[in-house]
Design a protein around this ligand. Structure first.
Ligand code: ADP
Ligand code: MG
Length: 446
């Protein structure tokens, strides 16, 4: 077996085949092998947090894949700063040597508690996740984390796994998306290898299953998951589940499962407020780039979305834009860099408004959307259709052609006469006027 120095050089050599030489040089030239703990964990010294975060976010998975490809023996690199290494040494001083059995955990090393910024909206979830990581399988089992897209569920879930794995290199922690769980199950069933499948999952020390709302309604997959769930929780092995909704609102999942999901602890991550969004952006900035970016720019970006992933995208775009044009990051530059994103957001916000208008009118008149946009000419349908044209034109300022398109491809003269018809009717028809006013209220327009 090669020594750790050779392993490290090999990996750099392999990375250079796939990445730009300057990038590899830039990131890795100051890194060095610090220590091989003899159990498959090799510490690599990095000279700053900045480099560490670049490695963890860009190279962690490729390096793991290379290690797996090149060596039969399980090996893991851990990138540490000097201070972190000293801390680790103290931590391990009195611990007995653990025998390694490695296992592909699928974890992304960048998702840690350290890199998770806490605010009002995620404090409870973070606290619960941290306690779970410290005492897995005991207090909150399963831990069920739910909330909207891009709010940090996957990050928090993986932080639990990474934290635990740091102290228990030999344990079998598995992160898997629900889609991959289904895929693996179907493939095993097809190849008549369900024994292997069961063995893999039933021997885990910790199972992190992401986006459980995606579990198919196929009862066999659910049954398989149910069995694993019961088996692992009976053995006090920690399970962490994420979802976009609370367990009792999951459709198509057997009650037997959803009730068990609530046996442990359910926590939700709410929409972040402006302060948290700014703090997260500032943190991401400090990890990604030495560029100086004013608070006004950070705040401008933070107002655009609630989804943190989108905010990160905006920040990256602004930085790249400044970099490419070789100028400083200012508020006006940020606005310029993000103008197309802001415009398409406006468009999609408007589209949402128009769709909402259509469905409120349909609800009010108790007709279906397909009737509203269809060709039927009975008066119970023509009136709502024309009223919809009128509101889109007069309240939202949509042009006639576009209204026609939104209502199933009517031409603009049809829309024009529909709008005129309602305008006249409103003058004399008090029943229509009342309906119109009620609808405006529902649309928050009056
Ligand atoms: P979800 O799984 O809820 O859709 P993710 O966990 O994938 O969201 O988060 C999306 C992105 O936002 C990730 O890059 C994650 O690191 C980042 N993120 C979300 N919340 C935070 C936070 N509180 N602190 C730092 N980064 C965060
Ligand atoms: Mg996710």
């Amino acid at each position: 077996m090669e020594n750790s120095q050779e392993i490290w050089s090999n990996i750099i050599f392999e990375l250079e085949k796939n990445y730009d030489h300057d990038l590899i040089d830039d990131v890795f030239s100051e890194c060095s092998v610090l220590k091989d703990n003899g159990m498959g964990l090799i510490y690599i010294l990095v000279n700053s947090k900045f480099v560490q975060s670049r490695i963890n976010s860009i190279f962690y998975l490729p390096i793991n894949n290379l290690l797996k490809k090149l060596y039969d023996k399980p090996i893991r690199f851990k990138f540490v700063t000097k201070e972190e290494f000293i801390e680790e040494e103290n931590k391990y001083e009195e611990k007995p040597v653990i025998k390694t059995q490695s296992f592909e955990s699928n974890l992304n090393g960048a998702y840690t508690f350290n890199s998770f910024i806490v605010g009002e909206s995620n404090r409870f979830a973070q606290r619960s996740a941290f306690l779970t990581a410290q005492q897995p399988g005991t207090t909150y089992n399963p831990l069920y984390i739910f909330g909207g897209v891009g709010l940090g569920k996957t990050h928090l879930m993986q932080a639990i796994g990474n934290y635990y794995l740091d102290d228990h290199v030999d344990s079998k922690v598995l992160y898997i998306t629900t889609q991959n769980f289904i895929k693996e199950y179907s493939l095993s069933a097809k190849n008549k290898e369900l024994d292997k499948f069961d063995e893999k999952f039933n021997n885990l020390d910790m199972l992190l299953i992401d986006d459980i709302q995606m579990i198919s309604s196929a009862s066999k997959t659910q049954e398989a998951f149910f069995n694993i769930f019961v088996n692992l929780t009976n053995k006090n092995k920690q399970i962490v589940i994420t979802s976009d909704k609370p367990a009792n609102q999951l459709d198509n999942i057997m009650d037997r499962l959803t009730t068990r999901f609530t046996n442990g602890l359910s926590v939700d991550i709410h929409t972040p407020n402006l302060e948290l969004k700014c703090n997260i952006l500032k943190y991401k900035l400090s990890q990604q780039s030495p560029a100086s970016v004013g608070d006004d720019v950070i705040e401008y970006i933070a107002t655009l979305f609630d989804n943190i992933r989108e905010l990160e995208g905006c920040l990256r775009r602004v930085l790249a834009y400044a970099d490419i044009n070789d100028v400083d990051v200012t508020l006006s530059l940020a606005k310029e860099a993000l103008s197309s994103i802001v415009n398409s957001k406006k468009t999609s916000d408007s589209e949402e408004k128009y769709e909402n208008c259509k469905s409120i009118i349909c609800d009010f008149y108790n007709i279906s959307i397909s009737d509203l946009v269809g060709k039927k000419r009975t008066s119970n349908i023509v009136i709502p259709r024309q009223l919809c044209m009128y509101i889109l034109r007069n309240k939202y300022g949509v042009v006639l052609d576009d209204i026609g398109k939104m209502l199933g491809g009517k031409d603009h003269t049809t829309v024009m006469s529909g709008v005129a018809k309602i305008e006249n009717e409103l003058k004399t028809n008090s029943e229509l006027k009342l309906s119109y006013q009620t609808i405006l209220k529902k649309l928050n327009l009056e």
